[in-house]
Every structure is written in structure tokens, then in C-alpha cells.
Design a protein around this ligand. Sequence first.
Ligand code: Q9C
Ligand code: ZN
Length: 685
Amino acid sequence: MNSSPEDRRSVRVGLAYDERMCLHATPDGESHPENPERIRAIWRKLEAEGIPDRCILLKIKEAEDAIIASVHTRNHIKLIRNISSKEFDSRRLRIASKLNSIYFNEGSSKAAYLAAGTVIEATENVANGNLDSAIAVVRPPGHHAEANEAMGFCLFNNVAIAASYLLNERAELGIRRILIVDWDVHHGNGTQNMFYSDPRVLYFSVHRFDFGSFYPAGSDGSHCMIGEDQGVGYNINVPWEHGQCGDADYLAVWDHILIPVAEAYNPDIILISAGFDAAMGDPLGGCCVTPYGYSVMLKRLMKFSDGKIVLALEGGYNLNSLANSVFACAITLLEGSPIVGNFEGRPFESTWRVINEVRNELKTYWPVFSIDLPEEILIANVKRYPIQAGINSSSDSDVEKDLENSNAINFSSNNDVGDLILPLSKLKVDDGDFGELSPLRSQQNQPAPSEAYENPKEVTTETCNDLFHWRSSLSKVDVWYGSYGSNMWKPRFLCYIEGGKVEGMRKPCRGAMDKTPPKDISWKSVPHRLFFARSYTDTWGHGGVAFLNPQSSINDKSYMRIYRITLEQFNDLLIQENVTTEHFESPLVDSRDIEFLVKSSFMSVESIKGGWYSNILYLGEQDGIPILTMTCSVSDVEKFKSGELPVCAPPKAYENTLLKGLLEGTELSSEEAIGYLKDAAARNL
Ligand code: Q9C
Ligand code: ZN
């Protein structure tokens, strides 16, 4: 008798949803990822699966201003309260346009107050023991909302409001430590800031960072942001370096960061900023967490704080992934175990790097991080790298595009160089025998083309766990990279390898994935004309940057510093020089392209034709290794000549960097070096 399931006290899982949160929508019906269908899709799925019947449905109510005021300013509350009123009809659009990724309509206020109120209600009922756990299916989301500013589709910071409410208004419930787990693919800048110096809230976020270029771009999401004053150590960011992270990556972070910290912190309740935009198939996140992954992540948190957990919806923009993931979480709370599933694959190489960086940064505050990770997991015998997904792959990168790049795309579309340059695509259709063209390969124990070039057509971006190791094969091939611009100064060049910036640069570089410094450095002069052109770059500001005329002439002489790096690093350099954060399915230049270059001396890289340095030149060899550089196309040179594009002297900071480079390595006196640069800037092309 007493073994029958009916006899056991069943878990009480709260569930909250209200159709009125669908009132918030774009003002004139344009499509938007954060739309009412999101929560409708979730609710439909939960109903179809009979979930509401197994849960306790929560009363939905609007949040009170007094409670919201514990994390938001009076002005912000006033704005959100009034934004949907008649008086704001004429100003709504304009106000939204001044904010970052925000829209408003007549339903926004209501929805925002309901979303916050619902998360408060769920949290309070879990905290006071009426419920074991709860899921709040709410929108608009909250974690980007700052004290005084709506942003990133978020109006009120629902989770922060609820956390602050428990700590400050409901002290009698005995909640003294709150763990906020933010698994939305974006960093929750608002939540971080609201509790940055508050040790009563441990804010943990795992998010795409992409070296600061992923939304909400900047350094807030960096692992160096660990809290301040009393709150130091109580802010933990796990910043992915790229997309495609999946179950294995997230669970590695759970194993080696979140769970050990949660054990030490011993929270009284866990609030999950549960965005599902890291889910496989999400159009913004570009990651691939499965419903099973979410369910395991959730289950692992359920051993803390007596199982007191509240999930509050944040992002998640693929309706199917979203609904299936929420469903998986509901099942996990109801049944106390993850849904059935398994995950294959292992974490990316970058995941171990990130985990180590985070642990290292925080080890003085969390002694458990001082224990070294077992070596076996650090030396993964096969390293896993992200697939370089196609140019139109899902990513929400927010890096500012080079101002002039948009123009560049336009004028490179007339294919006046088309017959001069054999397109890469043509090169690759023929899978012939390159045996007699392989001087490079034999010298360097370079892999045969078939190994170096794993047929990219067969790699789909959906299959995240595929191994795609062009990087490891190209890391075995050396090239000389010839620099004639600011890269002649070694510290500046190293920014492209190690990341960061040096004096004079306005923007830091991402760096290469392989941060090994060059194996050798030397100088050369080449029979090509150096000139300066364009009028603005992100890195140097206003003024021209260096180009080499791709066409050589015996009358020209330019200095060049050559760095011996791997072909893998050369690809990362090429991507950075062409100001793109896109990832590519295949290397831009592979071993076979080098064979082509040796014969034809230059090659336009089709997929970065919009960039300024998409033309690769072969300048001979040294020590049996090819010397390559990158410059503009022949057609750009024609446009610089005709005046269609600006020829322009270098800005001071840039010129100084060139000078430092020249003086560091050439025999030139500083007068000669200055003269050399002045001449290049002044002479007609
Ligand atoms: N280039 C949440 O997931 N993207 N917010 C703007 C502009 C904004 C996401 C891109 C993404 C906000 C809650
Ligand atoms: Zn998000």
C-alpha cells in the first residue's frame, strides 16, 4: 500500500503563464525574434504534454513599483509604466530608437509588469516553501535591463527584482544567499551590475563572448569581472570564445566551475535566468545545447538549497528548440531526474582554456579552484575545434564593422578581376593528383591535400560535434608572413597572434587561436610599391593604411618584415586583417592554395572579397618556405589610381608604428625611414 506513487508526497512544481504577456509586440507588426509566439509555443507544448495538470498554476500579478524600485531607478519605472499610454503614442518609436535593441507598443507596460510580477510570485512561493520549484514562462525577458535602462529586448530585470525582493523585503523567509545561474547565451549585464558588490547574490553566467564582440559586446562579460568590494568573488563569468558550444561544454563548466562553487556557497535558493538561446537551432545563439543538456544542467542544480529552484524565461528564439527545452526542464523538476538522452562529443579545446582562466581568476576567493584540474582532461588526445561555419551562419556578433567595408562589398561586386583570378571554388572542384606540385609538402612533412582539406561540403553546421580539423593540419605547415605596414613593428604584429592592442591602436585584436609566437623573424625588400589609402579604419582612426601594389615592378622597392608562422595562424591573421568576425567552413588559404600561389603569384580570396586585404601575394620563398602577404585587389588599385577610392596619408599613430617597425629591423636611419614613408604617401600610384 505505502509503496504506491499516490501515497508519496508529490513534488510541487509551480508553473506560471499569462496570455497578456503577449501584448508586448513590435508596434507595426514587423517580425522580431522576441515575439509573443515564443511563450505561446512553450505553453502549447506544455499543454500538449499534460504538464500544467501536473503543476501548480500560479496566480499572475503585476509587480509593484515599490518592489521594482529595489533594483530600478524611479525614472526607469516611470518610463516603463507610461510608455504604453496614449500620451506616449507619438514618442514611443523615438524613445525606443534611442535604446539598444528595444521596441515598445501599447502592450509593453502591462507585459513588463506581469513578467516581473510573475517571477516575484514564483520566487516567493518557492522561498516560503509553498512550492518546491517553479517555472515562470514570461516575456519580455529581463537580464539585460539595467537599473536605469531597457536594453536587449528587456524592460524590467525580472530575476534581479525577485532576488532583491527576497533579500530586502522578505527577510523572514530566511533567504540569505541567492545563486543566480544565467544560462542564456547572452551575458546578463543588468543582473551583474545590480549585484556587483553584493555577496548575498552569487551571479554566475555562461555566455558567448567572442572576445567582446558578442551581444551585449564590451568587457562586462569577461571572466575578469569578478565583483567588487564586499561582492568580490561573487560574480562569475564563463565567456565562450565562439559559438557551437553544446552539452559537453556546458557540463564541463558545471563540473569544474558551477557545481564546486555552489557547494561552497551553499545557496538558500537558486534563480535561473533561463534563456534557451544557447539551444541547438537558435537563430541568435549559434550554440547547440540539447533539451537533454538543459535537463542535466538543471538536475545537477537540484541538489542544492533543498531543491528550491525558480526558472525564469529569458531569451530563446527558435520556437521548437525553446518549447522542447522548457518541456525538458519541466519534466526534470517534476520527475527529479533528467529526461532520457545522451550526449556525444567532448568539450572544445577553448572550453578547457576558458575553464582554466575562470578558475585561475577566482581561486583566491574559491579555494576549490586552487586544485589543479586532472591532467587527462587538459591534454585531450584529440583536440576539438569549432567548425568554421558559413558566412551567413547564425551569430549575433555586434562588432562594429569597418566603416568602409560596406562600400567595399559594393564595388567588388563588379567582377572585373574575375578573369584574372581563378576563383577558389574552381580550384577545389578538381580533386586531382598534386604530386608533382608538392615541393612544400615534402620539405615540411606537410599533410597531403586530402588530409589537409577535409571535404567541407560534407560538414553541416547542424552537426556540432563533428570534428573538423583543418586547424590541426594547417598548424603543421609553416609560411612566412610578409608585413609592410604596422605589422613590421613586432609588438603590433603580436596583437594579431596573442590578441590585445598596443599604443596607438583604438581597438584590440582578437588574436589567433594558436597563440604561439613566430618561430623566426627576418627582413626583405620586395619589388612592389608601398602606398597608403582609405580614409578611416577602426584600428587607427582617420587616415590611410598601407597597401602593396599587387603588381610588381623592378623600379619599386618596399621593406618587409617576415614572420615565420603556421598556415593556421596566417588564416587567423587574414580574417582579422579583413575585419570580419565571421567564421568560415574551411580555411581561407590552405596548402593547395599555396601550390596555386607559387604558380600564379597572387590569389583573391573570394569569401573575404569585401575586406581590404583579400588578395594574397606570393613573394618567393626563404628557407624553402613560401613568403606570403596580403593586400588589396588589382581592381582596388585601379580605383585608387582613378580617384574613385581615396589615397590618403597615414594618421600619426599609424605612421609612428611603421617607423618603430622600420627602425627596429632595417638599417635605415630615422631620417631615411621617415623619407621612405613620406615618399610612399606622396608619390602618385
Ligand atoms: N546587432 C536576450 O536574449 N541583438 N536578448 C542585437 C544588434 C540583441 C538578446 C543585435 C540580442 C538581445 C534576452
Ligand atoms: Zn539571450
